[in-house]
Design a protein around this ligand. Structure first.
Ligand code: ADP
Ligand code: MG
Length: 234
């Protein structure tokens, strides 16, 4: 069975008196260890869909099963716990905590959600610092490093809890294209290393070639699915 199984998913937003359909009858299945992208123009429903997969919101109708759990039926608290156990997040604007160092930002999710002994915690953070090549900057604060370096830290932070799934909503939108390619490449290397599924969204045609599976969204509907093997240029 897939890591993620979505059936007949609808999402409507209520705006005053008007109901706006953001997702319209989505059906898909995502296998473990996928490197997958949802691409589409602004307003096509990418963020809405990633919020559902990330258990930050629930669909108006349909079923969504992640790692064997029916996540729609979970209450808020159970959903938050589920996120902490199974997911890491990478954001467009990095979302590092300004008063924590690079090292502390990566360590932070472990302190929040999991009871990991301090020596293992240190080991995991050090391994990730090495993987994302940020060891030399480990004692710096976010405002002392570049945007690309911030996103490398964010990739490490997303992986420190060893999640099955990392969700990244337009992770390269605030990066120049060279740095964007490097971040997508890094995500791919980390996927190969850890077997973690990466799902990212983008409206940037230049980076979609990196995705091994590519869904195209238009007006809240999946209009295309491609298996590219991910050999497109990044
Ligand atoms: P994308 O991330 O692809 O730009 P979104 O998922 O943000 O698309 O938006 C899909 C549609 O849903 C758009 O028409 C958007 O205006 C609408 N929408 C998104 N979030 C909300 C919200 N909180 N309330 C009302 N409408 C929303
Ligand atoms: Mg969006």
């Amino acid at each position: 069975m897939g890591l993620i199984v979505a059936k007949d998913i609808y999402k409507d937003y209520q705006v005053g008196e008007v109901s706006l359909r953001a997702l319209n009858d989505l059906n898909f299945e995502i296998e473990p260890a996928s490197f997958l992208s949802f691409v589409g123009p602004s307003g096509s429903g990418k963020t809405t869909l990633l919020n559902l997969i990330g258990c930050l919101d629930i669909p108006t109708a349909g079923t969504l099963t992640i790692a064997g759990t029916d996540v729609v039926s979970l209450d808020r608290k159970a959903r938050a716990a589920f996120r902490g156990r199974h997911m890491g997040f990478i954001f467009q604007d990095f979302n590092l905590i300004p008063v924590l160092t690079v090292y502390e930002n990566i360590e932070y999710p472990l302190l929040m959600v999991q009871n990991v002994p301090s020596e293992e915690r240190r080991q995991r953070v050090v391994n990730l610092l090495e993987s994302v090549e940020m060891m030399e900057q480990k004692d710096k604060y976010p405002d002392q490093i570049s945007g690309g370096q911030k996103q490398r830290v964010a990739v490490a932070r997303a992986l420190v809890t060893e999640p099955e799934l990392v969700i990244a909503d337009e992770p390269t939108a605030n990066l120049d294209s060279t740095t964007a390619y490097m971040i997508i490449d890094l995500m791919k290397v980390m996927k190969a290393k850890s077997g973690t599924t990466f799902i990212f969204s983008t409206h940037d045609q230049k980076i979609v070639g990196a995705a091994e599976i590519l869904y195209t969204l238009e007006d809240g509907t999946i209009v295309d699915r491609k298996e590219t093997g991910g050999n497109g240029h990044v």
